[in-house]
Design a protein around this ligand. Structure first.
Ligand SMILES: O=C(O)c1cc(C(=O)O)c2c(n1)C(=O)C(=O)c1cc(C(=O)O)[nH]c1-2
Ligand SMILES: [Ca+2]
Length: 662
């Protein structure tokens, strides 16, 4: 099973160079998991989403939080050893599509690497947290680049990609020298506009292979997308880097590329030479992506016996709903089967050319198309896990729907009534990569349907650990073979991140970052009942731990003066302006966002002067609330307040009438 680092710790993203989210530790097992209790917890200084996966090396637990801050904690006691705050400017917050999250650090040879939300790669001294070097990873500051992923270290280099394809960027990965921060090489994932030469290692392959797959000219200015914002794996056995690439920008293939061409290297798995960045092979999973179907979802390296032959494979469940087993020597797919229910855009993947068999109309050119999976995918960044013992992949899965609007013709602007959308569902499934069968599932009714709960860990004692985004923020331990839930514990905060495990002084620990947020929800609503945002925390369990976790704070009531009159015309204008400017972070209509505290409960809404200072003049810039001076008039800003005030009063009325909140 490849190269295993010390099984005692969690030295690398995904637990080892195979990134299987599998641990050889077995102290905690089915017979004693009921005694798993908090050993310690550590509170962060932010309430924004926590997606960081901890690294544990030499007894120290390193964790990144929202706003790209890093803590080094004593892994046994939780005592703070040092903290690093890169001071990401609040103004950078709204550049991202999906909250100011960070998925982790890399640790190697006495250095800790973090890429900040605004795109700085920082090397820190692992002992002290002091800066060793800083490199600007952003190629073009005029575009809304952000960076949310965890860097990976390999052969004296550290690599990162970035996000921003919802806003218009041109994706790439960059490798830096670990000692100096000097740029080693950069590989762009879409061609430059005609006439531009990057002078990078990707130049030739982009000219020869990629450019002929792009049409029209909108992509010249949007960059085309392809942002590799999460999964990068260094395949030690085959000495190659595997990059999962992102979606097209803009989403519509019809607009982006005149409806023609595959648009390489969007939505692909790409193998590069680690030393030079030279192209080796690629497999494009969603040619001409038109649905935000990123292939950045976590890639697991495994050795499987397929038809009697041992194969070195990648296991991959990208957003598009199909589970791919890919030969990682040749880049050839071995199988591609649905792991999601009710996939609407394609009926399957043909096994001759390994291309999707698309459903007519799925590209929503003339008419809207009700699609599944939706823009958040059937599986997002929350890592799946693979157990070489059970041979099963454990995938946080969702069934979810979205209406893509027509991009031309008389049906533009038509929408499907959201009440007609089929029901969304989130679940953890055990999936057999050899047969494509689902073995069991643990239903997640009431989890947020966009993510299907948090990342997954599986151990050699055949326990699967996963956190939930529900109101209790439960951590679960599940029998890896039967799917029976053996243990649950309220954290009590939403959990998105992956749990990890490690052993110190003869005791096994399970550690997970808690705190809700991230992408998807604001646009799509949530099935969670509302709750007050809590500070993120590192929560660590062991057998018979004795720490007590804080109780969840009470939910604030609607804050508006019940007698203030909000005229209907202002409310209507406010709703429109809100829809264009605010929903990405603050949530759609009356459904609360999972990123920001519910505005209907904000005292700021009750005070026109404070509201103007915050929304128009930027009083909360340092917290990530943009300033709308120059973008919205004072009247429009006040109209949004009227809309929110009316919503707040409606909430108060509902509460008096005993109407359950969504
Ligand atoms: O296309 C992109 O550049 C990009 C970036 C990111 C990101 O960096 O977080 C997400 C997405 N797309 C995306 O489509 C998505 O569903 C998503 C969810 C999340 C999250 O952290 O919860 N990020 C992102
Ligand atoms: Ca995206």
């Amino acid at each position: 099973q490849g190269v295993q680092p010390s099984a005692q710790e969690w030295a690398a993203h995904g637990g080892s160079s195979n990134e299987q989210y599998y641990s050889q530790l077995t102290q905690i097992d089915a017979s004693n998991v009921a005694d798993l209790k908090p050993a310690w917890f550590f509170e962060y200084d932010t309430v924004r989403g926590q997606e960081g996966e901890a690294i544990v090396a030499d007894g120290v637990l390193y964790i990144s939080t929202a706003w790209s801050k890093v803590y080094a904690l004593d892994a046994k006691t939780g005592a703070e050893l040092w903290k690093y705050d890169p001071k990401v400017p609040g103004e950078a917050g709204p550049k991202g599509c999906c909250d100011v999250v960070n998925r982790g650090v890399a640790v190697s040879d006495g250095r800790v690497f973090i890429t900040t939300f605004d795109g700085r790669m920082v090397a820190l001294d692992a002992k002290t947290g002091s800066e060793l070097w800083v490199a600007d990873t952003i190629a073009n500051h005029a575009m809304d680049y952000t960076s949310t992923g965890a860097p990976r270290v390999f052969k004296g280099k550290v690599i990162i990609g970035q996000g921003g394809a919802e806003k218009g960027v041109r994706g790439y990965v960059t490798a830096y020298d670990v000692a100096t921060g000097a740029k080693a090489w950069r590989f762009y994932l879409t061609p430059p506009p005609p006439g531009v030469v990057d002078g990078e290692v990707s130049d030739r392959v982009l000219e020869e292979m990629a450019r002929p797959t792009w049409f029209g000219d909108l992509w010249h200015t949007t960059g085309g997308g392809g942002a590799p914002w999460d999964s990068i794996v260094y395949d030690e056995e085959l000495d190659q880097l595997l990059i999962g690439t992102g979606n097209g920008s803009p989403h519509s293939h019809y607009l982006r590329s005149a409806g023609q061409g595959d648009n390489l290297f969007l939505a692909s798995v790409l193998a590069l030479d680690p030393d030079t960045g030279e192209y080796r092979w690629h497999y494009q999973q969603t040619p001409g992506d038109s649905w935000d179907y990123t292939s950045v979802q976590n890639m697991i390296l495994a050795d499987l016996e397929i038809d009697g032959r041992p194969r070195k494979v990648i296991l991959h469940a990208p957003k598009n709903g199909f589970f791919y087993v890919i030969d990682r020597e040749s880049g050839q797919p071995i199988s591609a089967r649905p792991y999601a229910e009710d996939i609407r855009w394609a009926t399957g993947i043909d096994t001759t050319f390994w291309r999707p068999i698309e459903v007519p109309g799925a590209r929503y050119v003339d008419r809207p198309f009700l699609n599944s999976p939706h823009v958040g995918g059937a599986h997002n960044w929350q890592p799946m896990a693979f157990s070489p013992r059970t041979g099963l992949a454990y995938i946080p899965t969702v069934r979810n729907y979205f209406t893509y609007s027509a991009t031309s013709g008389p049906h533009q602007g038509e929408v499907i009534d959201p009440s007609e959308l089929p029901k969304s569902d989130a679940y953890l499934q055990a999936f057999d990569p050899l047969t494509g069968q689902e073995r069991w599932r643990v239903d997640a009714n009431g989890w947020k349907p966009d993510t299907g709960g948090g990342g997954v860990l599986v151990t050699a004692s055949d326990l699967v650990f996963q956190g939930r985004g529900d109101i209790l923020g439960e951590m679960l331990a599940i029998d890896a073979r039967s799917g029976e839930v053996l243990w649950r514990y309220a954290t009590p905060n939403a959990v998105m991140a992956s749990p990890i495990t490690y052993m110190i002084d003869g005791e096994q620990y399970i550690a997970v970052s808690t705190g809700g947020g991230g992408g998807g929800n604001p646009l799509l609503g949530s099935t969670n009942p509302p709750r007050e945002k809590q500070p993120g925390r590192m929560v660590v369990f062991k057998l018979n731990g004795t720490a007590t976790l804080p109780a969840p704070p009470p939910l604030a009531g609607p804050a508006t003066d019940p007698d203030e009159v909000f005229p209907a015309d202002k409310v209507a204008l406010g709703a429109q302006v809100y829809g264009r400017n605010c929903i990405f972070c603050h949530g759609m209509n009356r459904q609360q966002s999972n990123i920001i505290t519910d505005l209907r409960r904000s005292p700021v809404v009750a005070n026109a002067q404070v509201w103007r200072a915050v929304v128009h003049d930027g009083a909360f810039l340092s917290r990530g609330m943009p300033k709308f001076d120059g973008k919205l008039s004072v009247e429009e800003v006040e109209a949004i307040r009227n809309y929110m005030g009316a919503e707040s009063q409606a909430l108060a009325r509902d509460q008096r009438a005993g109407v359950a909140e969504r």
